[in-house]
Write a protein that binds this ligand. Sequence first.
Ligand code: GAP
Length: 487
Amino acid sequence: MSSDLMDKLTSLAKRRGFVFQSSEIYGGLASTWDYGPLGVELKRNVKNRWWRDMVTARENIVGLDAAILMNPKVWEASGHVEQFHDPLVDDRNSQKRYRLDHLLASQTPELLSKLATELLGRAPEGPPDPDTLTALTEAILAQEDVDLNSLGLLADGKAADWTLPRQFNLMLKTHLGPTEDEGSLTYLRPETAQGIFVNFLNVQAAARQRLPFGIAQIGKAFRNEITTGNFIFRTREFEQMEMEFFVRPGQTTKWLEYWTDERLNWYISLGITPGNLRVRPHGPDELAHYSTACNDVEYRFPFMQKGDDSEGWGELEGIADRGTYDLQRHAEFSGKKLSFMDPGLNEKVLPAVVESSAGVDRTVLALLTDAYHEEEVKGEVRVVLRLSPAMAPITVAVFPLVNRDGMPERAHQLVDDLMGDFAAFYDAGGSIGRRYRRQDEAGTPFGITIDGQTSEDQTVTIRDRDSMAQERISLDKVKVWLREKMG
Ligand code: GAP
């Protein structure tokens, strides 16, 4: 499986109404996607489940919905203005753009060893490690007017004509009000977390929480990503589910461990194959500017390309020890005291933070990838999305076997009856075989058929998507049967 699977997923997503290319009739917009009728339900199921498990089911976590636009000083304090950037360089020959650190990683070990000797005064033994690559990137950026051509860097193995490298900030800029000058400049938030930090005291006071407690939020975030692609894996507009957990300073290590376990298990609870999930601690060279330790929950995406992964693993979520970095910086930049009298401690404290930061879109992509199966049935390929009943956009489809003899009316009646409790869907289009196949592709776990026998003995057949087994049950047992299967 490879990019072939990606093409199949993208095409199924469009065909069934999970995900469409944004602005498609105008040729689209790079790496921007819209969620269709089934996609929006799948996404909603992910978000509702997260909210239920992270907020509703926990006494010490409360919610927040902060604005996307914030005072630009927030982004100075958070460190994003100064540090949230990628080092970029262009090849004038091919007009292609590269991240300098990725470009360095693609050079021959001999050249890298030569560069390390010249620029760092040491040559690594064997292939260069990530620390050496980071040090090299920094050494090159530190030189004024550095000429990458004289260093002999190749583009995809070919000679190139390099521009000067430059730091490119990933925040999307916008202007508020009628003038487009420095004074009106602000940013679309690159993470939802800062809305939580700046509201920390408001929430603590209003919700009367004591340490440890968390503030959770789901919302859009924006980044002017350079290396986009892999469908909805890396986009410029995406949705995050973030929870900042405030603890006594010195207790972050234990909470980092706790949340890493909780979060890994959460993905398993959505029905994702445990063998396709792993936890990977960050090396010191990959930590974000605000964190001292971070564990990523990763999914094994078969189609992942270089740059997004290590050997096909892609990040779904980061669980990070942010320490007191954010609250301290906001206290400094705003001039407001952000420490508070914790009733449990009886002393003023500036809490430290352990963050759980997950991507809605990446969770959706992992669910779709994990659920996608092809199998041969009677000489034909059956495409089936094995989504768990709790995640599937439609729980139960109801079909009249034929469009006469009162069957459509009975089927509508059943849909009406089910709709309050389950995501039920009526489908009368085409042969029953075609309708089954459509629902298999939509990931609908159960299909109920109203047939000639229904009017005689008040029974229906229920088909299981995965086994394709059918059983006959009485109409008044349908809800109980479904509830049992939903678990
Ligand atoms: N507040 C911490 C933070 O934002 P991050 O690792 O940069 O950390 C957290 O992002 C999560 O947000 C990622 O694990 C991923 O699921 C999602 N995410 C980040 N950038 C994304 C992008 N360009 N497209 C889609 N999802 C993205």
